[in-house]
Write a protein that binds this ligand. Structure first.
Ligand code: 16G
Length: 191
């Protein structure tokens, strides 16, 4: 039996067009038309991560950021499905990718991770995570554009009270140019 849904993110798991979150969320951004136009001029588009993106190079892209390891297609799909199931209860994993129109390849991406808090009257905190641009595609402002999309999603759609990130020293300038300021310190234990 075929099931129909107005929301493409609601299609049955295993379908190649399953999105991690609804593409309609991007269209809610007040600057979406402007952002979409700027991306189209660069022959790319922004969309949510898809169940089928193993073949489109999402993991290769992440490997420009840190160690990804040897992940099989089924491991990718299982992790995607876990995130998707979690999002169906309460949205936490908002992964935006930039796809090259001609090839379908993912050339940049970023994640908005949403954390439910009690503080600030049960507020939502956003974390900007896993910002990556393929080396061959740098210098076209794709990083700025994908960060801008996450910032506006956090501000306008998910109403986060703050958006934070951690990064290497060499990237501080880039994030400062994109409206991030020093606030508190980030400390960490590596396991
Ligand atoms: C950077 C990333 C973070 C990522 C981490 C991976 C941004 C803003 N920050 O800190 O999201 O998870 O690198 O590095 O993209 P790690 O493997 O050393 O944790």
């Amino acid at each position: 039996m075929t099931t129909c849904s107005a929301d493409p993110s609601e299609k049955a798991s295993g379908d190649s067009e399953v999105y991690l979150f609804s593409p309609e969320k991007l269209k809610l951004l007040s600057k979406w038309d402007q952002l979409e136009k700027k991306l189209a001029e660069k022959n790319v588009k922004a969309r949510p991560l898809k169940h089928s993106d193993f073949k489109n190079g999402y993991l290769e892209l992440l490997s420009v950021l840190t160690t990804v390891g040897d992940i099989s297609k089924s491991q990718y799909e299982e992790r995607f499905n876990q995130m998707k199931r979690s999002n169906e209860v309460e949205e936490h994993y908002v992964i935006v990718v930039i796809e090259e129109l001609a090839s379908g390849k993912i050339v940049a991406a970023s994640t908005l991770f949403l954390e439910l808090k009690f503080i600030h009257e049960c507020a939502m905190r956003g974390r900007l995570e896993d910002v990556a641009v393929l080396e061959a595609y740098r210098g076209q402002q794709l990083g700025e554009l994908v960060v801008k999309i996450i910032v506006e999603l956090a501000r306008e759609v998910y109403k986060c009270y703050k958006l934070s990130l951690d990064c290497k020293d060499k990237l501080i300038k880039f994030y400062a140019k994109n409206d991030f300021n020093y606030d508190s310190n980030m400390l960490c234990i590596r396991f």
